[in-house]
Design a protein around this ligand. Structure first.
Ligand code: ATP
Ligand code: MG
Length: 567
């Protein structure tokens, strides 16, 4: 491609709302332009990067025997009613009616559609397993579209769905997909971690996320210092505390605690470790058909993990409750506790199982109970509610957990029969029985990956594309196109590299060298071959964007010299 003819609208400024490096740079370097909140156009350079990522995905998918399809973006709402997800997805799901008043949605993901495609077509165990995928536009009316391609409303996802006759075969495919996703991210040149993830309301056993390590990531992941264990904080586990602080000695009693409302005040007041206090958190749990207050109880030194709590309450969402609302419900802010709370749904953190010598609110202003043995709560429901903390022990080895930030670029999930049951997709097994298909689902954020590459690979001057993601590998920079010798060598090499199949661009614009070089750095070509003043001495220079250094090559040997390095 000739720069003089290319549509690469670079600019010095980025829009003021852009805060993320990738958003700013992809905009400034002319890869994308914005249409409206969360809607983007891919300009020629952006489209090239997109295609590269797609090619790698296609390549790795066909190696695993997955077959590509392309399903309609516009999806009948009936399918979403059948699965019951039309309510669960809420406002993220964009709905509309056609001229005949039929209700449709813009596909935010395609489980329903894919099940609809295969039901009544995959009808025998002999046709299984089957893995079908697509790379396709998705639409989610995100509450807060932001960060450019990272969280947009229209975006491109690779979504794959596999169908199996039994769990073992699903496990095998899940592992194959995990390995394929790993290879894709390695080829893209990304540093990442595969972590255990929350399986959400859908349930299911295995769920893993692929996290690109970056400070700007929206997810916090806990990783072990010693073994492979890594988990999204929403699902992270830790080992039990090894050092148990000394227990306070007190018989069961009600104690006056004037104005002692926080865990900190409480442990100071009694001069005890907060480990022996009960933290009570009231939340409004939202369900499809109702709302109610749910009480969560933890040890005072733990904090509530909201995703874990949402799952434990089997709620769609949890919302904070104001002091007013607490009062109306007959609860006393600052003095809530687990005793005599039969009118409420109560869920206890596992760390409270068998806890003794505890101090908790007495559900009465200015009073707490001391010496509480949790065993008095006979039918208490326990769940993992606490958020792991940095320094906690790894649940699998002696290592300790530390936190890092990640960008979720992929999510793979053992769905089981949730959708096949709801949508009645059955097959005949070896015994001749009609049973629901067992499913896996494998998503990858293709457009988000473009942003993720830049979050990890950039510097103050601009993008630094990795080998397999660069829109062009080499940029030939003719420093002064009025110089006949420079121009002729540039054209000759341009033709030769093109013939050799290298993705090459020639900057033949009538601009100053410094200006052109700034663009080259902003765009982030891995290599720029500078044909400039040095040519009179028989030399050219190859600029390596990543190393930020130039090496001198004899002009007469430029072709081979460059090929050796860039290939
Ligand atoms: P997130 O927690 O970031 O909202 P999600 O759990 O909703 O993601 P999935 O439904 O698992 O995402 O979708 C699969 C993949 O699609 C994600 O791993 C992510 O890479 C990508 N993705 C999801 N939402 C967006 C979005 N709004 N913009 C760009 N990519 C997205
Ligand atoms: Mg989401």
């Amino acid at each position: 491609m000739r720069f003089s003819k290319a549509f690469i609208p670079t600019s010095k400024e980025a829009p003021s709302e852009a805060v993320l490096v990738s958003h700013i740079l992809l905009w400034r370097a002319g890869f994308v332009s914005q249409v409206a909140s969360g809607l983007y156009n891919y300009l020629p350079l952006g489209k090239r990067v997109l295609r590269k990522i797609e090619n790698i995905i296609n390549d790795e998918m066909s190696r695993c025997g997955a077959q590509e399809v392309e399903l309609s973006f516009v999806t009948p709402a009936e399918l979403w009613q059948e699965s019951g997800r039309i309510e669960k997805f809420g406002k993220e799901l964009l709905r509309f009616k056609d001229r005949k008043e039929n209700l449709f949605v813009l596909g935010p993901t395609h489980e329903e559609m894919m099940v609809n495609v295969i039901r009544n077509r995959l009808t025998s165990y002999k046709q299984l397993p089957m893995n079908l995928y697509q790379i396709k536009t998705k639409f989610r009316d995100e509450a807060r579209p932001r960060f450019g391609l990272m969280r947009s409303r229209e975006f491109i996802m690779k979504d794959g769905y596999s169908f199996h006759a039994n769990e073992e075969d699903l496990d095998r495919e899940f592992e194959a997909m995990e390995a394929a996703y790993k290879r894709i991210l390695e080829r893209l040149g990304l540093e990442f971690r595969i972590v255990e993830a929350d399986s959400g309301a859908i349930g299911g056993s295995g769920s893993k996320e692929l996290m690109v390590i970056a400070d700007s990531g929206e997810d916090t992941i806990a990783i072990c210092s010693h073994c492979e264990y890594g988990a999204n904080i929403e699902a992270a586990l830790c080992s039990q505390r090894s050092e148990i602080p000394e227990a306070p000695e007190a018989d069961f009693n009600k104690f006056k605690t004037p104005n002692i409302k926080s865990i900190e005040d409480l442990s100071n007041f009694f001069k005890i470790d907060s480990f022996y206090t009960v933290k009570t958190i009231a939340m409004r749990a939202i369900y499809e058909e109702e709302e109610k207050i749910v009480l969560f109880f933890l040890r005072g030194n733990d904090t509530l993990q909201e995703v874990k709590a949402t799952n434990a309450a089997k709620a769609l969402e949890l919302m904070d409750v104001s002091e007013e609302e607490l009062k109306d419900a007959g609860l006393v802010a600052g003095f809530m506790g687990p005793l005599d709370m039969n009118n409420f749904t109560c869920i206890f953190d596992e760390a409270l199982q068998n806890a003794d010598s505890m101090i908790c609110g007495a559900n009465e202003v200015d009073y707490h109970y001391v010496g509480v043995d949790m065993k008095v709560l006979k039918e208490a429901e326990f769940a993992d509610l606490a958020q792991v903390q940095e320094g906690d022990g790894c649940p699998y080895c002696n290592g300790t957990l530390s936190f890092t930030k990640g960008i979720e670029v992929g999510h793979i999930f053992k769905l089981g029969t949730t959708y096949s049951k709801a949508l009645k997709a059955e097959f005949l097994n070896e015994k001749g029985q009609s049973v629901p298909l067992i499913m896996g689902t494998y998503g990858m954020g293709v457009s988000r990956l473009i942003a993720a590459v830049i979050e990890q690979h950039h510097d103050e001057k601009g993008c630094v594309w990795t080998k397999e993601t660069a829109p062009y590998t080499l940029n030939i920079m003719v420093s002064n196109i009025k110089d006949e010798e420079q121009f002729a060598l540039g054209e000759k090499l341009y033709a030769a590299f093109r013939k050799a199949g290298l993705e090459v661009m020639i900057d033949d614009r009538k601009e100053r060298f410094g200006f052109k070089m700034k663009d080259a750095e902003l765009i982030g070509f891995p290599y720029t071959l500078i044909i400039g003043k040095e040519l009179v001495n028989g030399n050219v220079q190859l600029f390596d964007r990543k190393k930020d250094e130039k090496i001198v090559i004899e002009a007469s040997k430029a072709f081979d010299g460059v090929m050796d390095i860039v290939k």
